[in-house]
Design a protein around this ligand. Structure first.
Ligand SMILES: Cc1ncc(COP(=O)(O)O)c(C=O)c1O
Length: 375
């Protein structure tokens, strides 16, 4: 199946299902699970991942954009879908038509959803997002009651949920998360009976793992779904299986002499005579150019350093006296034999977070789906 591919991202739907089951097993009784599948399911493939998380036990799906929700609906997925951010005015009609549940925090969007819903002779369920300190989006805590008055006055809308988002939940020692939680709890208290029946949710993956008292009625789990911990410090809290690996094959092997320099900019010079292989994976595929002369890959179960500048479509590896065959597998992300290169390792090398590593695998890379039975 991968014979014709120079490079592919293997996505293990079995791993995704088991990750969902493990996270679900950690939830407080009565807490629902929303799996975040925005950004092409963090690079894993939106529709395939959505089906897998539903099989694993997801109750809700979360997306950032109306187009993402529409793609799920067009694929026949009928689970509740939460839009995590307000759409632009021009996308409101489509959001209503697809039965997406918007998160709302501005009056303009509230009115736009009310009009579109009434025009479609529908009532749209909405969730109100409260800003408890992240200051990205949200209604300030002091204005929540007045905002709900407005929602209640609009015939096309039905308030069904109340939520906030953490800024630093993966930093276990940072008390800001508790502060945000406290403010959210105060908002809920201030609503009195108005809060009855609302789906309250505040936890992302890190909050889900570290703050059981914050599970409320639902959690919104993203990165754990994909088998990646929000930070290495949280790894002991749940066993996860990374779902994505990035694989390629040796494209060409040549013998070079000591002193010869390879690739653009001649940033790598052969110290000794030896073999150099070219591998068809480059920065256009999401392999960051800053891994030049520093990133590692797995070949024959061993680590090799990327040698010289990563180009748009290729990188090179000095394998010394080891002569690789054309077509041999090269693992850029994932495991081969007993060795593994994790998204966290790659992220550490380039000074980012593993989220960016998996989201950054470009659309040119074919996703190949497998469904492993687990271990
Ligand atoms: C509003 C919201 N909730 C939940 C998540 C999931 O976060 P994580 O992937 O850390 O679980 C995100 C991700 O960015 C988000 O924006």
């Amino acid at each position: 199946m991968t014979d014709e591919l120079a490079l592919w991202a293997e996505i293990d739907l079995g791993a995704i299902k088991r990750n969902v089951q493990r996270v679900k097993a950690m939830l407080q009784p009565g807490t629902a699970l929303l799996n975040v599948v925005k950004a092409n399911a963090y690079g894993h493939g939106e529709v395939e991942t959505a089906r897998a998380v539903i099989e694993g036990g997801a109750d809700w799906l979360g997306v950032a954009r109306v187009e993402e929700g529409a793609a799920l609906r067009n694929a026949g997925i009928d689970k509740p879908i939460l839009l995590l951010a307000e759409p632009p005015a021009g996308a409101v009609e489509a959001a209503v038509a697809h039965g997406l549940t918007p998160s709302i925090y501005t009056e303009a969007t509230l009115h736009a959803f009310d009009s579109a819903s009434r025009a479609a002779e529908k009532t749209t369920n909405v969730h109100l997002k409260v800003d408890t300190g992240m200051h990205r989006y949200g209604v300030p805590a002091r204005s929540v009651n007045a905002f709900i008055d407005l929602i209640d006055s609009l015939e096309g809308l039905n308030l069904k949920g109340l939520w906030t988002h953490f800024a630093v939940a993966e930093e276990v020692a940072n008390s800001f998360t508790q502060q945000q939680h406290k403010l959210f709890a105060e908002v809920v208290d201030s609503l009195g009976e108005r809060a009855n029946g609302l789906i309250r949710h505040i936890c992302n993956s890190a909050g889900t793992l570290t703050l059981p008292e914050g599970h409320y009625d639902m959690v919104r789990a993203g990165i754990v779904t994909y088998g990646i911990h929000p930070s290495p410090a949280l790894a002991p809290l749940v066993k996860l299986e990374p779902a994505m690996s990035l694989r390629s094959r040796v494209g060409l092997t040549k013998w070079l002499e000591a002193g010869e320099a390879i690739s653009y900019g001649q940033r790598y010079t052969m110290e000794q005579d030896g073999f150099v292989s070219t591998v068809p994976c480059g920065y256009a595929d999401g392999l960051r150019r800053s891994l030049t002369n520093s990133g590692e890959v797995l070949i024959r179960g061993k680590r090799y350093r990327i040698s010289g500048t990563i180009t748009m479509d290729h990188f090179l590896v000095d394998t010394g006296q080891e002569e690789l065959e054309v077509g041999e597998e090269v693992v850029i992300l994932g495991c081969q034999g007993d060795e593994c290169i994790s998204a966290q390792e790659m992220a550490d090398r380039i000074g980012t977070i593993p989220y960016e590593v998996v989201c950054g695998i470009s659309s040119r890379v074919t996703r190949v789906y497998v469904d492993s039975p687990g271990y």
